[in-house]
Structures are given as C-alpha cells and as structure tokens.
Design a protein around this ligand. Structure first.
Ligand code: ZN
Length: 302
C-alpha cells in the first residue's frame, strides 16, 4: 500500500517537474548594438547586459561596430535570431544592408529599446527618427520636427525654431507617470525619484509617441527648458513595439555609474524591454525601490 502511494507521489512530482520545464519562460534573445557613441559605451553596454541578464528574463549578445572612422562595410547584422534589439549606438552610418535588415526587423513587428544617446544617432535617416519619435543633437533643429512637451494634461507639439536636444546640469529629479494603463506601468508608482542624471530637453522629431509613460520637469534653475519633458514612452511605428528611455547617462566605470545603478532606471528598462519583446510584462515590481523622496541604488545591477 505504502509503496503504491509513494509511486503515485513520485509520478505526480515528475509530472509537475515536466510541466514546469515545458512552460518555463524561455529567456528572450537580445542583441545590444554598440561600438561607437559620444558616450561611454564601453561602460553602458556591459551594464545593460548585466541588468537584462541578472533578471533571468534575457540572454544578451553584442554587435560591436568598428571604431569611428574605420571601414563599416563588415558591420552586417543578422537580426533574425533576436526577440529584442537594444540600441546603444551613436556613430558612423551602418552599411546600407544593415539599415535594410534593421527596418525589415522593426517593420515585421520586432521589439526595440532606444536607450539614452541612441536617439542622437542618424539625424538624416527618416525611418530611424520615426523609430525613436524624438531625437537630439547632430544638427537637429525645427526641420527635424516639433518640440514635444506636456502642458495641462496633454502632449503638445511646438514647431517654433530652435535647437533639437539639450540638457542642463546633471541632478536628481522626479519622474511623473502620465498613464497607469500600459502593461509596463502596472504596479509602478505615480512618482519616483531618479538618481543624478542628465534630463534631456527640447528633443525634436516626428513626435509619434504612442503611450507617454513618464515625464519630468526640466527646471531652468538647473539649465533646463522650463518644460515638462517626455522621457519614457513607447513609439507608434506600425507593428513594432518600441520602448524609448532617455535616462541612463553612463558613468566613468561599471562600478560608478549612478544613473544606471538607480533602481527606477533598471526596473523601467526591464519592464520596457520585456514588453517590447513580447507585448506582456511578467516581472513583479519589487517593493520600495521607486520612492518619491529618494532615489534607490542597486549598485550590483540586480
Ligand atoms: Zn548622456
């Protein structure tokens, strides 16, 4: 009798094990594109990989370009294995073939994360600017599209002439949610304080923001625009799922990169990345990591 019971128990345990293996979420195959940037990409791409992989939800490869000014013709990227592409690149033009493959990946519903200065890249590439919705620097001005900012409960587009892209001194600032409905936002606080970082302002572009997730006030006292700037949003671009975060200016070393060590940066990045790859967010929001009054640091990127 006893043996029969134990046999049954063993069978049930084996079955549960098998089911959980079959239904375990497979990590999302992710590609970080980097290798040139006016930023410290040697730090940022390593940190991005750590944040993504430490979550257990992603496995990350790199596509590292030749150095600036070198022959780019060998920089051919195969996007087909990937469920997510993270842009950490701001430099020389990619080969035409890579541009074509990237557009085909995105237009066929690919997932993309636009991270910080990646939105500075390729100011003359129309489709790339539509994929970012907003960009800055690299000669951007009113010809690149309107400024887009938050006034009285809605986003407005302002076509006045002027710079495209600017920021004041780095400082800590509060992010304010502009929706709670999006899957990325479920369980996230209305307001949280970000670690010391740049606050991008006066960005310009086609402005095809789909869901505005968080804005922050760019104070003139810190050299900003005096406007409520859109900093985290999704982009309206066909079937693609695109998550754009303007946060996360890389520090001097992996161990000393305060804005990327901010829990709020990491949590929003991870949720945005999972949504971009799958359309869903399965990660739980950790408790007391995004507080209104003080930024929380996760120096180990987990
Ligand atoms: Zn920066």
């Amino acid at each position: 009798m006893k043996t029969k019971f134990f046999r049954k128990l063993m069978f049930v345990c084996a079955l549960v094990g098998l089911v959980s293996v079959v239904f375990a979420k497979k990590p999302i195959k992710t590609l970080i594109i980097t290798g040139q940037n006016n930023h410290n990409w040697q730090v940022s791409h390593v940190v991005l990989k750590q944040i993504l992989e430490n979550s257990g939800r992603f496995v990350v490869d790199y596509a590292i370009s030749p150095a600036q000014g070198k022959d780019m013709s060998s920089f051919l990227i195969d996007f087909t294995p990937y469920g997510l592409v993270v842009l950490d690149y701001n430099g020389d033009a990619w080969p035409e073939e890579t541009n074509k493959r990237f557009l085909s990946y995105v237009q066929n519903g690919g997932g993309v994360v636009v991270y910080h200065a990646a939105d500075n890249a390729f100011s003359q590439w129309k489709e790339f600017n539509e994929i970012c919705a907003l960009g800055g620097w690299e000669g951007r001005n009113e010809k690149s599209g309107p400024w887009v900012y938050w006034v009285d409960g809605k986003l407005i587009k302002d076509s006045s002439p002027g710079v495209g892209g600017s920021h004041g001194q780095q400082h800590e600032y509060v992010l304010t949610a502009r929706t709670s409905e999006h899957p990325i936002m479920k369980g996230l606080p209305h307001e949280w304080k970000h670690a010391k970082d740049e606050l991008y302002d006066r960005m310009r572009g086609p402005g095809n923001i789909k869901d505005l997730l968080y804005t922050a006030y760019s104070d003139k006292a810190t050299g900003g625009s005096g406007r409520e700037e859109p900093l985290i949003f999704t982009v309206d671009y066909g079937k693609a799922r695109i998550f754009h975060t303007m946060l996360g200016h890389a520090g001097p070393t992996v161990e000393d990169s305060p804005s990327m060590q901010c829990a709020g940066f990491q949590i929003t990045l991870l949720r945005g990345a999972e949504w971009a790859a799958t359309g869903k967010v399965t990660q739980k929001v950790p408790k007391d990591m995004m507080l209104k009054d003080k930024s929380v640091s996760l120096p180990q990127y987990k």
